[in-house]
Design a binder for this molecule. Structure first.
Ligand code: 13P
Length: 340
């Protein structure tokens, strides 16, 4: 029996117009790659300094009301000596936790992946709750080629998302359901539309079979975009139309909020496209952001691992959060990039 009180309070705190989620839950191997790009060693202390910088950005709560953390960060402290999740809570930002344990090959394929981490998930939930996490994230991924993804991998990943979401809700934790169709490749916008449709169709057929209550999930999908190497990159209006077409077809109105991933779009493109999506009239769900790279990249570049750059780095994060907030309301204009 699910107690909906905690789930409903968390949804109320997160599904707020003009606010969104910061994804700061990179696994150690992923954050190591990000740090390599700025020549910073990925030590536990450097990761603490960086995540503390993100979570203590002055006034970030004006635009960010949830932060997805990596397990290590739940136990780390800010430079002021307070646990990072507690600092977030104090600023009315809901702490969340990435609970999947990454990708493994699907059956005999080296190209298709499934997500692992279900085995001990129920047991881990209690500890995460003790550490103040109130929502969770589980990511599955799909590569596009002329023959992929197979329906078999779509089914397997939808099953794991549904089982994870059911375990979360049973424990009073709101699940972020993240089926990501990757941007790598030369496929067209139309092909991304086709694959995202197949994925969301299966996901929303599977969630109810496991008793997941759609009113208490956050959907984190990709936007429908052409592959990075596709010659025809299309304009933001075409991306918005294709994205909304898929969402309107497959995502029930019971879902309160859809918070997109950025998936390798540039920081500015992710904002432009979110604004275009929110410029096509009112939809049944909120359409906001749960960006990792698109919120963090300019901040990471400004920081460069240097204590003296912390203020400048926080200003970059604040700027992206503010502009994405405006985009989630359809009130952004690219000329704002040069203001202030
Ligand atoms: P990006 O916005 O960088 O795609 O990251 C979002 C995320 O949480 C991926 O799981």
């Amino acid at each position: 029996m699910i107690s909906t009180q905690q789930l409903s309070a968390t949804i109320e705190a997160i599904a707020v117009p003009g606010k969104g989620i910061l994804a700061a839950d990179e696994s150690t191997s992923t954050i190591t790659k990000r740090f390599q790009s700025i020549n910073v060693e990925s030590t536990e202390e450097n990761r603490r300094i960086y995540r503390s910088l993100l979570c203590t950005t002055p006034n970030i709560q004006d635009y960010i009301n949830g932060v997805i953390l990596y397990e290590e960060t739940l136990g780390q402290k800010t430079d002021q000596g307070q646990l990072i999740p507690l600092t977030l809570e104090k600023n009315h930002i809901v702490p969340g936790i990435k609970v999947d344990k990454g990708l493994v090959d699907f059956q005999n394929s080296t190209e298709e992946k499934v997500t692992q981490g279900l085995d001990d998930l129920d047991a881990r939930m209690n500890a995460y709750k003790q550490q103040h996490a109130r929502f969770a994230k589980w990511r599955v991924v799909f590569s596009i080629s002329s023959s992929l993804p197979t329906q078999a991998v779509i089914n397997a990943n939808a099953e794991s998302l549904a089982k994870y979401a059911a375990i979360c809700q049973k424990n009073g934790i709101v699940p972020i359901v993240e089926p990501e169709v990757l941007m790598e490749g030369s496929h067209t916008l139309l092909r991304c539309h086709e694959v995202t449709s197949a994925v969301l169709k299966t996901v929303f057929e599977t969630l109810p079979k496991h008793g997941v209550i759609l009113d208490y999930i956050i959907l984190k999908p990709n936007m429908v975009v052409p592959g990075k190497e596709c010659a025809d990159q299309r304009n933001p209006e075409a991306i918005a139309t294709a994205t909304l077409d898929v969402l309107k077809t497959y995502v029930p109105a019971a879902v309160p909020t859809i918070n997109f991933l950025s998936g390798g779009q540039s920081a500015v493109d992710a904002t432009i496209n979110l604004n275009a999506i929110n410029s096509q009239g009112k939809q049944p769900w909120l359409l906001s952001y749960s960006y990792g790279r698109a919120l963090q990249d300019p901040c990471l570049k400004a920081w460069k691992g240097n204590l003296e750059n912390i203020n400048a780095a926080q200003k970059e994060l604040f700027k992206r959060a503010k502009l994405n907030s405006l985009a989630s309301l359809g009130k952004y204009n690219v000329s704002m990039e040069n203001e202030g």
